[in-house]
Design a protein around this ligand. Structure first.
Ligand SMILES: *Cc1c(COP(=O)(O)O)cnc(C)c1O
Length: 374
């Protein structure tokens, strides 16, 4: 029985091997490793994909968050609202800048920052940083209204949400990264759009913000030898941009395939054991970065699947307020009960465009099998 991995980067590479190899070879031959044309091409193409005015390639998703917060002047004395259910990179750059995260509990269904919780925690908050977790859009309209009331900016952590769509009540559609002042994307290899190493991008519709981020990503440089501010070494690599240009051409169809697979999983797993399946969020278009089920038997199910050569994952087992790195903030178990329950119960099943119908059936059958034996 062959193993079904959680993410299959080899299958993804095989699909576009020739084009990717050629694009990389071109950079190696022309040796424009830094600030090459491929970066400008990728920035233009990714802005078009996200339907934003600008996209600025940077070194990683974490760098995208760091630069966006820095460009907004976040620093000591500031607090930034961050959901407890996310990867730690959402909060780290807040701390690097000398500011503090203000943790916010999540919606029990979607796993995203809960606007009702956020509302009660806005006192003293200088920016809001929601995450489109697992590729599912956050309730941006509710969060934007709270932000407008408080007069603070919204930065979207769209690391998992390339192509996700937010449908507003007036019917207009905004892609993830195009709603707040900034959208922060990660092109970590396992993301829906993945590079061959670390890479990221920032989308924005604001010319001034775009110019500031471009300056900050490259040592605060305004001309070759003039540095107007102390900036950062957060550039995107030309080689990574070359890979991303090729992979971007199949992102849309990959996202469609992910949604198809998710619908298939949900059909095959409905009513099985105590499983809670990803909720349908009418109108909102998720790009299904993770397919997350919830169960009180999570750890046993994870171990059972492993025995069947099926790799599942946990995104994420420890909410941010209980991470040792944030122990200094003095939070304790029970402070964010919805996020804590999610962390105990969530399990991610394999999902990626190259997953075959047969592989999905094998995963679904194994899950059903596990609950029959309970
Ligand atoms: C991947 C990820 C990041 C960090 O991106 P890197 O490219 O790994 O730095 C930030 N936030 C979330 C939600 C992520 O999933």
């Amino acid at each position: 029985m062959s193993k079904i991995p959680l993410v299959d980067l080899k299958a993804s590479y095989a699909k576009q091997k020739e084009a990717i190899d050629a694009a990389m070879q071109e950079v190696i031959s022309n040796t424009r490793f830094i600030n090459g044309q491929e970066i400008k091409d990728f920035d233009a193409a990714f802005a078009q994909f996200c339907r934003t005015k600008h996209s600025i390639g940077v070194g990683s998703g974490t760098a995208a968050l760091h630069l966006s917060l820095a460009a907004l002047g976040i620093g000591p004395g500031d607090e930034v609202a961050v959901p407890v259910h996310t990867f730690i990179a959402t909060a780290e750059p807040v701390s690097w800048l000398g500011a503090r995260p203000r943790f916010v509990d999540i919606d029990p269904e979607t796993g995203n920052m809960d606007p009702a919780e956020l509302k009660g925690l806005m006192e003293g908050v200088s920016a809001i940083l929601p995450v489109h977790i697992h590729g599912r859009p956050v309730d941006m309209e509710a969060i934007a209204a709270i932000a407008a009331d408080a007069g603070v900016p919204v930065i979207e952590d769209a690391a998992q949400a390339q192509g996700a769509e937010i449908v507003k009540t007036d019917g207009t559609v905004v892609r993830a990264g195009g709603y707040g002042i900034a959208g922060c994307f990660s092109f970590f290899p396992g993301k829906n759009l993945g590079a061959f190493g670390d890479a990221g991008g920032i989308t924005t519709n604001d010319d001034e913000f775009a110019a500031k981020v471009k300056m900050l990503r490259d040592h605060g440089r305004t001309t070759k030898y003039e540095h107007t501010e102390i900036g950062y070494a957060h550039r995107l690599d030309t080689l990574q941009a070359a890979v991303l240009n090729v992979k971007l051409t199949v992102l849309e169809e990959g996202n469609l395939r992910r949604r198809e697979l998710a619908a298939d999983y949900s059909e095959k797993l409905r009513g099985v054991g105590d499983l809670r399946l990803p909720p349908a969020t009418p109108g909102q278009v998720s790009v299904m970065h993770h397919y997350v089920v919830r169960t009180h038997h999570r750890d046993a199910l994870l171990a059972f699947l492993k025995e069947q050569q099926i790799e599942a994952g946990i995104h994420y087992p420890i909410p941010l307020h209980l991470q040792p790195a944030y122990a200094f903030m003095g939070h304790k178990e029970g402070d964010f009960p919805v996020g804590e329950a999610y962390a105990r119960e969530c399990l991610s099943l394999p999902i990626y465009p190259e997953l075959t119908d047969e592989q999905l059936e094998r995963v679904a059958a194994a899950v059903r099998d596990f609950f029959e034996k309970q």
